[in-house]
Design a protein around this ligand. Structure first.
Ligand SMILES: [Zn+2]
Length: 151
């Protein structure tokens, strides 16, 4: 089976989030055979919910669709390095592979900060692949915050 990235779908979700006034981050849950199970973008403002990050919403939606509490063997694509909260959720969900775009020096929790997956209390660490469509993801974020400052 050839590798096919689903980062484009995640970027699409990030763009939709920006159009709703949300920080542009998008996530997609994909099965081992490449089927898209769930997609989501940030909705913290819309839902008045500080936990409504794209990754959390995509994991919740995928578990709901599948009727199971874990996503063992499933992959998650997200446009930005997950924060510590989302990294913990990814671990709890038993995600097999995490693909993310831009790194997040301010709030990231995978390659920096608490580096959740390398912590001794982390019971499951996914394979991590970073830098997919990183430039596109970073441009979305930077444009969003530049417009906020300007407007
Ligand atoms: Zn998060």
């Amino acid at each position: 089976m050839t590798f096919r990235t689903h980062m484009d779908a995640a970027l699409q979700e990030a763009k939709s989030a920006a159009s709703r006034g949300e920080v542009p981050v998008g996530a997609v849950v994909v099965s081992a055979s490449g089927d898209v199970i769930a997609t989501a973008g940030n909705r913290t403002r819309e839902l008045n919910d500080p936990t409504a990050h794209a990754e959390i919403l995509a994991i919740r939606a995928a578990c709901d669709v599948l009727g199971q509490e874990r996503l063992t063997g499933y992959d998650l694509y997200v446009t930005l390095e997950p924060c510590p909260m989302c990294a913990a959720a990814i671990s709890n969900a038993r995600i097999a592979r995490l693909y993310y775009g831009a790194s997040d020096p301010k709030s990231g929790g995978v390659a920096q900060g608490p580096a959740v997956f390398t912590h001794p209390q982390c019971h499951h660490a996914p394979e991590v692949y970073e830098g997919l469509s990183a430039q596109a993801s970073e441009t979305l974020i930077k444009t969003f915050f530049a417009q906020k400052r300007g407007g």
